[in-house]
Design a protein around this ligand. Structure first.
Ligand SMILES: CC(C)=CCC/C(C)=C/CC/C(C)=C/COP(=O)(O)OP(=O)(O)O
Length: 319
């Protein structure tokens, strides 16, 4: 059996501890994305965990119970921290493990850290309570909160030697981020409505008689809710199809990571398409076993021992 051994450059003890913290955050909180991230070789897995932990912090500020003014202050502080990371001002023994890990990751990989500023921009749009008239408007928001993460991820993955069209890799990653985010918006339509947020474009809501919103377990009276959901599902599928052009540009394990992330979300989309009103009754999710299956399938080109290790770990952490 031929096994590929990934080089693992020396990492100091404080940086290792910082990465361990980020991996623990990813393992416990990334209910869907952890399955893909776990498929990467160690240096890339650590870097993706650092990106995830930073993004999680930004998201948690936006979604938490703090007063809006306090959220704004916390976001401004996080932006200032990001500037320190970018300037290389965070020491290895800094008390913030996410900043330490992100600093190390951004030196090891060519990640465009401005993407994390865009993520903060997106969460600030949430704080301002912005709504979106058209898909073009919503796409701008989705590019900030998800497209940017796709572009950062490609910096970690790199592209396969000899792959064609790699100058478009970041563009496809961005589009895949949009596909994931639109799926996420459909899945969370009820929860967001309860928190006073509407993401779906107002012109789509009007077209399907859904302008009254979704803060109840049944569709707005007289609306064509299923029609709205199917319309957005088609839009998300087109984005997935375009974003999947990234896959042939990636090495095998990065490709497996992206296939797992996207595959899990595509299955969520299938469920939503089959039963649109399910998103009004609660959160649509896949059982841990199904997510592990999707991840293992992405890995099927790899050796059997890696496949079974990944399956065991993912089922244990996300039953
Ligand atoms: C190329 C590439 C890797 C593209 C993907 C980029 C990416 C990971 C975008 C994140 C978008 C998204 C739906 C976040 C939701 O996180 P959440 O914590 O709310 O998700 P969850 O509730 O499903 O766990």
């Amino acid at each position: 059996m031929i096994r590929t051994v990934e080089p693992s450059p020396h990492v100091s003890a404080p940086v290792l501890a910082a990465y361990s913290y980020c991996e623990a955050v990813t393992g416990t909180q990334a209910r869907n994305f952890a399955y893909g991230i776990r498929l990467l070789p160690t240096p890339k897995r650590r870097a993706m965990s650092a990106l995830y932990a930073f993004s999680r912090r930004v998201d948690d500020i936006g979604d938490g119970d703090l007063e809006p003014a306090t959220k704004s202050t916390r976001l401004a502080e996080t932006r200032a921290l990001l500037a320190r990371v970018r300037e290389g001002e965070v020491a290895e023994d800094d008390t913030d493990p996410v900043a330490v890990a992100l600093t190390h990751a951004s030196r090891a990989f060519p990640v465009p850290l401005t993407g994390l500023d865009e993520l903060i921009d997106g969460v600030e749009m949430d704080l301002r309570g912005e709504t979106y008239e058209t898909w073009d408007d919503l796409r701008t928001y989705c590019r900030c909160v998800a497209g940017a993460i796709g572009r950062l991820s490609v910096g970690v993955f790199g592209t396969r030697p000899g792959a064609r069209g790699v100058e478009r890799a970041a563009e496809y990653a961005d589009t895949l981020g949009l596909a994931l985010q639109l799926t996420n918006i459909l899945r969370d339509v009820r929860e967001d409505a309860e928190n006073g947020r509407t993401y779906l474009p107002a012109d789509d809501l009007a077209k399907f008689g859904c302008s009254a919103g979704f803060a109840s377990p049944t569709p707005p009276p007289g609306s064509d809710f299923a029609g709205l959901v199917h319309f957005e599902v088609r839009r998300a599928r087109a984005l997935f199809a375009e974003g999947y052009r990234l896959l042939p540009m990636l090495d095998r394990r990065s490709g497996a990571c992206v296939a797992a992330m996207a595959g899990i979300y595509r299955r969520l989309l299938d469920r939503i398409e089959r039963d649109p009103e399910a998103v009004l009754r609660g959160r649509v999710s896949l059982p841990g076993r199904e997510k592990a299956y999707v991840a293992a399938r992405g890995l099927s080109g790899l050796d059997a021992r890696t496949v079974s290790r990944v399956s065991r770990q993912t089922v244990r952490r996300h039953p």
